[in-house]
Design a protein around this ligand. Structure first.
Ligand code: DGL
Length: 258
């Protein structure tokens, strides 16, 4: 059976890559809300409505689990989707705890959308992590334009490098030695981020989501053959916008996905 993966755009493909690495035989149907991307500057109500609608589209495929591969949608809508979806729902949130574990300077930069950083869910995550790691300072930054860079396929152009350098520089000046990528689009900018912040630890959450999904699937299924790897698993792409454009972008961002 298929897993449904959702994001506002192409960013969730970074989570798809992680899922395929740990569950290579798993069929995936991916829904990108490309007609409404970016979510980061939208209202809570809009993000909630769009996420519910897109998850409903994925449920039409009779998926065995839903992955909300979007920090912004998770922050605003995962409780509502969980209350209604008949399958396990896995979300994604900024990796503050791994960030706290990685830092040596005690300063962690958190890059995410404005909507994620303004959410109650993020405030609660921050409160919990601070209680566990009181010596660590988290500095948040809403990374303007990063999602658009990925959506336009400009992941490592001179303009992308300049945009990323401008966002990251103030965090480095504050002493950050660790950057948490709190948006699923940002792993596709990794080489430009590394160029702007050499030697800094970068925290991505895709692999943790894949592990959580595997854990939930074992709980959700009584038939171990369902989760057995088969090498020919396919990725089906759907979108609320131009699906050919999404396919071209996916081929570029995820050349191995086929
Ligand atoms: N990929 C998204 C996230 O993880 C959302 C980006 C956006 O649409 O603004 O937050």
């Amino acid at each position: 059976m298929t897993i449904g993966v959702f994001d506002s755009g192409a960013g969730g493909l970074s989570v798809v890559a992680a899922i395929r690495a740990s569950l290579p035989g798993q069929e995936i149907v991916y829904f990108a809300d490309t007609a409404f991307v970016p979510y980061g500057s939208r209202s809570d109500g809009e993000i909630l409505d769009r996420t519910r609608l897109c998850c409903a589209r994925l449920l039409e495929h009779d998926v065995r689990a839903l992955v909300i591969a979007c920090n912004t949608a998770t922050a605003n809508a995962i409780d509502a989707v969980r209350a209604w979806a008949p399958v396990p729902v896995v979300g994604v949130e900024p990796g503050l705890r791994p960030g706290a574990a990685a830092t040596r300077s005690g300063v962690v930069g958190v890059l995410a959308t404005a909507a994620t950083l303004a959410s109650r869910r993020y405030a609660e995550l921050l409160r919990r992590t601070r209680a566990e790691a009181p010596g660590v300072r988290f500095i948040e930054h809403a990374a303007q334009g990063w999602v658009e860079l990925v959506e336009s396929g400009q992941t490592d152009t001179p303009d992308a490098r300049e945009t990323i350098r401008a966002s990251v520089a103030p965090l480095l000046r504050e002493g950050a030695d660790t950057l948490v990528l709190g948006c699923t689009h940002y792993p596709f900018l990794r080489s430009a981020i590394e160029a702007a912040a050499p030697g800094v630890a970068i925290v991505e959450t895709g692999p943790a989501i894949a592990r959580e999904l595997a854990r939930r699937l074992r709980i959700a299924t009584s038939n171990p053959r369902d989760s057995a790897a088969s090498p020919a698993a396919r990725l089906r792409l759907e979108s609320s916008g131009d699906v050919d454009r999404l396919a071209a972008l996916a081929a570029r961002l995820l050349p191995e996905a086929g």
